[in-house]
Design a protein around this ligand. Structure first.
Ligand SMILES: [Zn+2]
Length: 368
């Protein structure tokens, strides 16, 4: 069976930003709920504040690239940074032609191979692979494309699996731009016209950080002890700041926090299956352990054992902000709206705080 990819055109969209962290492990299948030319024209306008990397035409013979693959398109809110978005033109209620469905499957398979992503259903983004916009849920804006029907979705999965199995070796070249210079030269998107209200929510907005109490509250010495414990384990300051931000987001350093006690426990709010795995391997029971440093040791064990591949990716982070986002996405798997961006900003705040208050670190060495 021959393997065909559509003819490629380029129509740049101004709606893109940098991937932070620069990890791609997800391909997202969409449909436009609109026609081919209209959708391209919408994604090409900065006022839409949405985009996709690729848009496929109705019979699967032509595809337009709108954002370089190594840049972030704005199509799935919290998942933008780690994903590539592929849109089929048309409407799910009208269905799609066999030509478009097959071309879509070929493109997804090609991208998975190209980026060394496993060919598997990624469900709600809990693991690498491919998935639908719908399956990503509220954290991706709560859309229903390309289908909400599990039987129809199963046919997409089967089609992608078959296309992947049918990929020629070596992988055929397809002239996708990873970062074309004409896009890199674009200016930042023009400001919104007065009174403009975006109709879609694919672009994450900044959201407020938790309000901190006074400097003499127990919160800051606990944060300092967590920071110091990570440093004592040989973790860099950059990565430790990301871990502190995630612990703050999970439990505000209240390791015996009330509420949710029956399903999430300890510094990283582990669920019971992880609690039991940690207990079996380390003897630390995070449901009852009073010393916060022991909770850090529990996370350290997980990262170096259960999450060893993820940990390697996290360690590549260049800034505290990147580290916090990578930890949030890859280790915590937090699903809340804007969670990665928020935790990145929280890590930036910890960095500024410890820079401004170095004595809180020296005054609170790790215990135990
Ligand atoms: Zn979509």
């Amino acid at each position: 069976m021959s393997f065909l990819l559509p003819t490629l055109r380029q129509t740049p969209s101004p709606n893109w930003s940098e991937r932070i962290p620069a990890i791609i492990d997800l391909v997202v299948i969409h449909d436009c709920e609109g026609d081919y030319n209209g959708s391209i024209s919408w994604f090409a306008q900065s006022k839409s504040q949405v985009s996709a990397h690729l848009v496929l035409n109705d019979d699967g013979t032509e595809c337009v690239q709108m954002v370089p693959l190594l840049k972030k398109a704005w199509h799935v809110v919290n998942f933008n940074s780690r994903s590539i978005g592929v849109e089929m033109s048309g409407f799910s209620t009208k269905g799609f032609t066999p030509g478009e469905l097959n071309a879509d499957a070929n493109i997804i398979a090609w991208l998975l191979k190209k980026f060394n992503i496993p060919c598997q259903d990624a469900f709600d983004g809990r693991r690498p692979g491919f998935t639908s916009h719908y399956a990503l849920g509220a954290a991706a804006g709560g859309h229903s494309d390309p289908t909400t029907n599990p039987i129809v979705w199963a046919s997409y999965v089967a089609r992608v699996m078959a296309a992947y199995a049918n990929l020629p070796n070596p992988l055929p070249t397809w002239a996708l731009d990873e970062a074309p210079p004409h896009l890199m030269a674009l200016k930042a998107p023009e400001p919104m016209p007065d009174g403009f209200v975006p109709t879609t929510d694919e672009r994450s907005d900044e959201i407020p950080l938790p309000v901190w109490g006074p400097l003499d509250s127990p919160f800051f010495p606990l944060a300092a002890r967590v920071m110091n414990k990570w440093l004592s384990l040989g973790v860099s300051r950059t990565i430790a700041l990301g871990l502190v931000a995630n612990a703050e987001a999970e439990c505000a350093f209240k390791i015996s926090a009330e509420g949710d006690r029956d399903r999430a426990f300890g510094l990283m709010q582990w669920w019971l299956n992880r609690v039991l795995a940690i207990l079996a391997a380390t003897g630390i029971d995070v449901r009852h352990e009073p010393l916060i440093e022991r909770h850090v040791e529990a996370a350290w064990w997980e990262l170096n054992n259960t999450y060893v591949q993820v940990w390697t990716q996290i360690l590549n982070s260049k800034t505290a902000n990147e580290a916090a986002q990578a930890i949030c996405i890859l280790y915590e798997g937090a699903g809340a709206e804007n969670a990665p961006i928020r935790r990145g900003a929280m890590a930036d705040r910890w960095q500024a705080f410890f820079d401004a208050n170095p004595t809180i670190l020296t005054a609170n060495p790790p215990q135990g």
